[in-house]
Ligand binder design. Structure first.
Ligand SMILES: [Zn+2]
Ligand SMILES: [Zn+2]
Length: 343
């Protein structure tokens, strides 16, 4: 089978011929239809410091996919050949306190497909049955392949109540953009998004937030005045990983407000702790998806009319993966999809 592999400790990836993976008795073999490129994959493509210390060379990368079950192990009960599936890329241990408590999202022994073991940028993927998720027919492949990042947005936005709230989203990358649609659907009073990338600010218009802020030209405070948000934002969703954006949340989040952190900040990022303490702000880190609570929420939101299709801006056949990574690196894209259906 063809697979996209991190071969050399330098910029880039290569297509390699690999054997179709073996499956264990509780695994399913999935014939991949579409995959999408994540920021994580771009780190691996660039081979930055994080990638170099995390990823074994010769790994097949990728963790966002949709495909068709081709074969199942002898002890698989919930899946059969022909089922259309996506899946949770975080493999949890099943034995630790958190797994036993039904909180797989907190498992300290989590391993990621396409990071700690072979991933889904290949014609076939072997996945434990317990990580697979059936996708109903009405959900198109392009949406099914982005359940993982959409799930990140759902997990973040729905970690708190948004009804009637003023919501600030910092960062108009794909997850921030999808969070606009979620906050609107959840009944927020205002949804404001900030970024400084012109392409992304333009793309944000398609999601019709209350206000789009170009922080290179204007301040979040100006937008608050315009929208008559007197007390600050009730909920701030940090989705940029920018230390400047994070630092500003102490000022612009309302007293008693909540700050959800999904963007991966540098370890030394700072906030004014006086603002956090005297305004009684709550800060919560968000990682991954609740397995499978977030997946069902995501599916049901889509089935009840959530539309995130404008976030998908490019699609290439898998052979042209380099075009996809280059456009991701330029910042001039939303989600980029790779197609494997012709193989
Ligand atoms: Zn991802
Ligand atoms: Zn565990």
């Amino acid at each position: 089978m063809k697979a996209i592999v991190k071969k050399n400790p330098a910029l880039g990836l290569v297509i390699e011929e690999r054997p179709i993976p073996q499956i264990g008795e509780r695994d399913i073999l999935i014939k991949i239809r579409k995959t999408s490129i994540c920021g994580t994959d771009v780190h691996i493509y660039k081979w930055d410091e994080w990638a170099a210390k995390t990823l074994p060379l010769s790994s097949i990368i990728g963790h966002e996919f949709v495909g068709i079950v081709e074969k199942v192990g002898s002890k698989v009960v919930d899946f059969a050949p022909g089922d259309r599936v996506s899946g949770e890329g975080h493999l949890t241990c099943g034995h630790c306190r958190e797994c036993k408590n039904g909180r797989r999202v907190l498992c300290p022994n989590t391993r990621g497909i396409g990071v700690n073991r072979d991933g889904c940028f290949a014609e076939y993927l072997s996945l434990p049955e317990e990580n697979a998720f059936k996708i109903p027919n009405e959900i198109p492949d392009e949406i099914a392949t982005i359940f993982d990042p959409l799930g990140n947005a759902v997990h973040t936005a729905f970690s708190t109540e948004l009804v009637g709230k003023d919501v600030l989203i910092t960062g108009a990358g794909p997850i921030g953009l999808m969070a606009i649609a979620l906050a609107k659907k959840a009944g927020a009073r205002t949804v404001v998004i900030s970024d400084l990338n012109p392409y992304r600010l333009e793309l944000a218009k398609k999601f019709q937030p209350s206000r789009i802020i170009d922080v290179s030209k204007e301040s979040i405070g100006d937008a608050m005045k315009e929208l008559d948000i007197q007390y600050g934002f009730d909920v701030s969703l940090e989705m940029s990983g920018s230390p400047q954006a994070f630092a500003s949340l102490g000022e612009f989040t309302a007293c008693g407000g909540e700050i959800m952190l999904l963007g991966i900040l540098p370890a030394g990022a700072i906030i004014n702790w006086h603002q956090v303490i005297f305004k009684m702000l709550k800060i919560k880190g968000i990682y991954g998806r609740e397995i499978f609570r977030t997946w069902f929420q995501t599916l049901h939101l889509l089935q009840s009319g959530l539309d995130v299709t404008p976030v998908i801006t490019h699609e290439f056949p898998m052979e042209e993966f380099e075009k996809g990574f280059e456009i991701m690196l330029s910042g001039n894209s939303g989600k980029v999809i790779l197609d494997w259906t012709h193989l």
